[in-house]
Design a protein around this ligand. Structure first.
Ligand code: GDP
Ligand code: IMO
Ligand code: MG
Length: 430
């Protein structure tokens, strides 16, 4: 039976979505990214070889699977060319496997300049973005002045639309930020250079997925970032600029919600966050350093150290509802090996009240104090374990307690970075 499954991050990103999407892609005929851009960094480890994907879906390493970039993704033609060249250099036939929606909004060099200007501007709040131009590109999309992939293929129209957009960007860059303008002709020529490589891959991704549904083929929708970074439901304003929740899979591909069968929430066995914003269970002590070191917690895109903390069930309850999670995929369990006690945040105290459901937005969450439950740890090595029964008793208890606290069953437990390091309790593809 074919299935259409959404795989999303349920925390603040870097949960291991890439690994899980790649692992499950063996069972899907199509994989589609539906939001975000090259702010994502999805790491795949196959037989010890590491590949980091930013814009291209994590299905690309599978022959026989078509990888699609859906309309909800913001595409930098330069970043796409770079990633494609890297993959082709290691023997992946990208042009045979990749399709791009003509409706994707473009990220231009001026968006990157604006992102950087805001992040370093003294009059603005610093969010700690990835500096890839994501926010400014989505702003232009919503303001209906942005360029789309389809605009690349008509030189005259591209020139006209780009000139008018750059007029506006350059006004803001020079007059508001007191920075240098971005050159129109250079930008246009670079875009035209990339256009000929992109055109053969471009089409109506929604129609391709409609045909997949008609032919009863399985589709995996690959999320980027995490639900707590969603522009509506996350820790605003410390969020990314897209809808990272599962609903984004519909708007970002054109496949309506009832075509989707289930949603897998990828979640670390602890919590990490890169960039600014509230993080109630953050640890600034030896345990935080233990998680950072054991988990090798450095950003796959920017190399920034990730902030680390305990698992937060109150935050995950919100994610479980926002995404209608059918099952959990708990990753990086092995990172907790060797701890005497593991803490789990079961709720918060704020202004004399108890909360068991994380509030949306940054302001109230920043004042929430975690309430912890302590669980016994384990000293065995769980790396690469593939059977639930072979996990130490306390690791089994820990996993079951998480599932109970968020009232969601566990589909998969990941016990290492490699594609094969996993325990499959319920196969999402049935
Ligand atoms: P994504 O953005 O959600 O795809 O996650 P990232 O790739 O940014 O970060 C996850 C990191 O953890 C990568 O370095 C993965 O190779 C690694 N990883 C994934 N699953 C596991 C696991 O179960 N155990 C360990 N130790 N590492 C893992
Ligand atoms: P993956 O898909 C973790 C964070 C940034 C910053 C905020 C806004 O690998 O999980 P942006 O550049 O999107 O405007 O930055 O969002 N962020 C991520 N954090 N993983 C990601 O992607 C992220 N993409 C963006 O650090 O706090
Ligand atoms: Mg990542």
């Amino acid at each position: 039976m074919s299935r259409r499954i959404v795989v999303i991050g349920s925390q603040w990103g870097d949960e291991g979505k890439g690994k899980i999407a790649d692992m499950l892609t063996g069972r899907a005929r199509h994989v589609v990214r539906f939001q975000g851009g090259h702010n994502a960094g999805h790491t795949l480890v196959i037989d010890g070889k590491t590949t980091v994907l930013r814009l291209i879906p994590s299905g690309i390493l599978h022959a026989g699977t078509t990888s699609h970039i859906g309309n909800g993704v913001v595409v930098s033609p330069a970043a796409l060319a770079e990633e494609r060249a890297e993959l082709e250099a290691s023997g992946v036939p990208v042009s045979e496997r990749l399709r791009i929606s003509s409706a994707c909004a473009l990220i231009l060099p001026s968006h990157v300049a604006l992102d950087g200007a805001r992040e370093s501007g003294i009059r603005q709040r610093t969010l700690g973005t990835t500096g890839r131009g994501i926010g400014p590109a989505y702003e232009d999309k919503v303001a209906r002045r942005g360029l789309r992939i389809a605009d690349l293929f008509n030189a005259q129209r591209l020139g006209e639309r780009l000139e008018s957009l750059l007029d506006y960007h350059n006004f803001v860059l020079t007059q508001y930020h007191h920075l240098e303008p971005v050159d129109f002709e250079q930008t246009r020529d670079q875009l035209l250079e990339h256009a000929s490589d992109i055109e053969p891959l471009t089409g109506d991704v929604t129609d391709a997925l409609r045909h997949a549904c008609l032919a009863d083929e399985s589709i995996l929708f690959e999320g980027a970032q995490g639900a707590l970074l969603d522009v509506d439901h996350g820790t605003y304003p410390y969020v990314t600029s897209s809808n990272t929740v599962a609903g984004g899979a519909s708007t970002g591909t054109g496949v309506g919600p009832t075509y989707i069968d289930s949603v897998i929430g990828v979640v670390k066995a602890y919590t990490t966050r890169v960039g600014g914003g509230p993080f109630p269970t953050e640890l600034d002590d030896e345990f935080g350093r233990y998680l950072a070191e054991n988990g090798d917690e450095f950003g796959a895109v920017t190399g920034r150290p990730r902030r680390c903390g305990w698992f937060d069930a109150a935050a995950l309850r919100r994610s479980a509802f926002n995404n209608s999670l059918s099952g959990l995929c708990i990753t990086k369990l092995d990172v907790l090996d060797g701890l005497d006690t593991i803490r789990v945040c079961v709720g918060y105290r704020v202004d004399g009240h108890s909360l068991d459901f994380a509030p949306a937005g940054a302001d109230l969450l920043a004042r929430c104090q975690p309430v912890y439950e302590d669980l016994p740890g384990w000293h065995h090595n769980t790396s690469g374990v593939r059977e639930f029964e072979q996990l130490p008793r306390n690791a089994q208890r820990y996993l079951n307690r998480i599932s109970e606290l968020v009232d969601t069953p566990i589909d998969i437990v990941s016990t290492g970075a490699d594609r094969t390091d996993a325990i499959v309790l319920r196969d999402p593809f049935g």
